[in-house]
Design a protein around this ligand. Structure first.
Ligand SMILES: *Cc1c(COP(=O)(O)O)cnc(C)c1O
Length: 394
């Protein structure tokens, strides 16, 4: 089966994707679908996007040869340093792209969902820069658990709106944000945080994050003489940093692609977010993909020590890559992630995000050869996770 890097006109990667939305959302989605490629591919947009990535985000992010990790694991380990971006993770690549898309579509206001608050902060950041009114929907429970990010969003001028329905977490925030969008889409843009949701969002976010692998290709050539690595590893929540890190190499069969999903307290417990290991085909948030379901075939509650991976779904591109076996997905437990983070801290002097630590832990699970070049996408920094690390690491 050939790999579909982009979805077809209806938004499908083979059987996965699409836009399963209520009638009331169709005008908003249609406007986006009919215009996004024209805008993203225009010279004016590209120049503005690339300029901001350079001067505002600080790109290109370095590709760092981690010599102590390389010695320990007896292979060549390179870290793609998305943790050094403004706001501390890869999420800003996407929010910069989408705020520009909103501007080119003539929208004046932004709404977004957020779980742990990382996407909310990245969205509030670009809204401040572009002077756009910003409403962030966040589960009432998450607002309590993620006080520092709520504070950041407010300082940046955003209004944080509590989603009081259901479990009062991310899924409810998405539902309430979508409801708000149905009544406001004439002047409001919905800024979505990962490669999930109805078409064309998975494709939009993949294209904006593809800057990661485009840079890897150039940087690895400077370091090794070859414009591709042998292996790329990235963690997957919704799957945006992984989609960005894989993109340029999807049709290069010399490159092994590995996604690390959250095994939480174990894939045989009810406390994990190992969607591709344990999930089934179902529709969630507007697209057909692989989803964690409970015994009654309802969407299950996911769990991970890292809030960014704590999502019961996954983007349709990854469901496609898993089904075609183009990429391999490995489940990493909380404990394995913490242990891998500890190695990076002590051996390389870098405190990674808990999410990224799942990607690092693949080095303990898969043996690579001495002469292989392995790139790990370090999706974010660990400042937000200090408390968890301090509780778990001596
Ligand atoms: C949000 C987040 C993730 C997970 O999101 P993806 O869309 O799967 O990339 C991973 N790492 C960090 C640091 C994050 O903030």
């Amino acid at each position: 089966m050939t790999i579909q890097i982009h979805p077809n006109k209806e938004g499908f990667y083979n059987e996965f994707g699409g836009a399963f939305i209520p009638e009331s959302l169709k005008p908003a989605i249609n406007e986006l679908r009919e215009n996004y490629l024209k805008i993203i591919e225009s010279k004016e947009f590209t120049n503005e996007f690339i300029g901001l990535l350079k001067d505002y985000v600080g790109r290109p992010s370095p590709l760092y040869y981690a010599n102590h990790l390389s010695n320990k694991y007896q292979t060549n380990v390179f870290l793609k340093r998305e943790d050094l971006n403004h706001t501390g993770a890869h999420k800003i690549n996407n929010t910069i792209g989408q705020i520009l898309l909103a501007k080119y579509l003539g929208k004046k206001k932004i709404i977004a969902e957020t779980g742990a608050g990382q996407h909310g902060v990245a969205t509030a950041t670009v809204c401040a820069k572009y002077g756009m009114e910003c409403k962030i929907f966040m589960g009432a429970l998450d607002i309590k658990r993620q006080a520092p990010n709520v504070g950041r969003m407010r300082l940046l001028g955003a209004e944080v709106i509590a989603a009081e329905s259901g479990t009062k977490t991310l899924t409810d925030a998405v539902n309430e944000a979508l409801n708000e969008w149905t009544i406001s889409s004439h002047d409001t843009f919905y800024l979505l945080g990962s490669v999930v949701g109805p078409h064309p969002y998975p494709d939009i976010v993949t294209r904006f994050q593809s800057i990661i692998s485009k840079e890897i290709s150039k940087q690895i050539e400077e370091k090794t003489g070859k414009n591709y690595p042998d292996v790329v590893i990235a963690c997957v929540g919704g799957g945006s940093n992984a989609a960005g890190a894989f993109y340029e190499f999807l049709n290069n069969e010399n490159v092994t692609l590995i996604g690390a999903e959250a095994a939480g307290k174990g894939i045989n417990t009810n406390y994990h977010a190992a969607t591709l290991t344990k999930g089934k085909t179902a529709i969630l948030h507007g697209s057909n993909s692989v989803v964690l379901l409970d015994e009654n075939n309802q969407i299950a509650d996911s769990y991970s020590i890292s809030s960014g991976l704590d999502y019961p779904g996954i983007g349709p591109l990854h469901a496609h890559l898993a089904q075609t076996k183009r990429a391999k997905y490995i489940a990493i437990s909380d404990e394995e992630a913490i242990s891998a983070a500890n190695v990076l801290m002590k051996k390389e002097g870098i405190i990674p995000a808990l999410e990224s630590s799942h990607a690092l832990a693949v080095l303990d699970k898969v043996k690579f050869n001495r002469n292989q070049n392995v790139v790990i996408n370090l999706s974010g920094r660990g400042d937000k996770d200090l408390e968890t690390f301090l509780e778990n690491i001596q």
